[in-house]
Design a protein around this ligand. Structure first.
Ligand code: URA
Length: 264
């Protein structure tokens, strides 16, 4: 489509759909700002100094102290889910269809942590139900696991618009919810799926291709949980040649299960 001709109906709908998927309908300020009008009204060379430019400053994300307090007050998974349903402080919630809390067995000894819901997860309200989830099920099945034997949650429980990565602020805000889920499930083994949960939970910028397959200990309050970072199934769908590495990680998980008598 050229920038100069008026859009036909199909082009206009496609453009709107693209803007919607990119999250353009998430408010970033109290008042709407017509940036087309302001840029047209002010010739570029006569722009005011930066300090005088009106900036939409409404924070998208509120204080993690708030989510910490809410999470700490929840003494059961049901209470935590209800508290998260009621919480309005995360901008992601306002763009998502619904809360995507968890899937699997709350009594499981193995927990998996992903990044955040995608389109299908947002529609169904459960983690890992799209194509990546189907691959995850096959990976788990190969070592004798299924969703009756694992518990699955994400770093952020609301879908980031357009499937972008959660921002550091969104991760920090939602982390207390995830930590509390881990405490309430108290798994014996934990698996992080991909860069986002691995880097956040271990406070590192090291990439998942370096970290995968190496057991680490995740400490959350009184808990110390052996944790295995592995590749995200969505990455494996895009990079089938990496499946051999993921398979090695699944075998490492199986070996730990056998060693610790976990996940029977
Ligand atoms: N990717 C994730 O990280 N989590 C999901 O729930 C789905 C896809």
């Amino acid at each position: 489509m050229s920038a100069n001709h008026p859009l036909n109906d199909a082009e206009a709908l496609a453009a709107l759909d693209w803007y919607r998927a990119a999250g353009v309908d998430i408010a970033v300020g109290d008042e709407p700002v017509d940036r087309f009008a302001s840029s047209a009204a002010v010739p570029p060379r006569r722009l005011p100094p930066v300090a005088e430019t009106p900036i939409a400053t409404l924070p998208l994300v509120t204080d993690p102290a708030e989510t910490r307090a809410i999470a700490a007050a929840a003494t059961t998974l049901d209470a935590l889910r209800a508290a998260m349903e009621a919480y309005d402080g995360c901008a992601l919630k306002h763009r998502a269809t619904q809360l995507c809390f968890a899937d699997g067995n709350p009594d499981a000894e193995i927990m998996l942590v992903g990044e955040g819901p995608g389109e299908q997860e947002d529609i169904q309200g459960k983690p890992f139900v799209g194509r990546a989830g189907q691959l995850l099920d096959r990976m788990l099945g190969a070592i004798g696991l299924d969703r009756t034997k694992v518990y699955i949650a994400n770093m952020v429980p609301w879908r980031p618009p357009g499937n972008r990565n959660p921002t550091p602020e969104e991760l920090a805000l939602c982390a207390p919810f995830l930590y509390r889920q881990v405490e309430l499930v108290a798994p014996k083994l934990l698996v992080t799926l991909g860069n986002v949960p691995t880097q956040f939970l271990f406070g590192t910028t090291q990439g998942i291709t370096r970290m995968r397959g190496q057991w680490k200990t995740l400490s959350i309050n009184a808990l110390s949980i052996p944790t295995l970072p592995t590749l995200h199934p969505a990455f494996l769908l895009r990079t089938p040649s990496a499946k051999a590495q993921a398979w090695k990680d699944m075998l490492a998980l199986k070996a730990a299960m056998v060693r610790d008598g976990v996940g029977a």
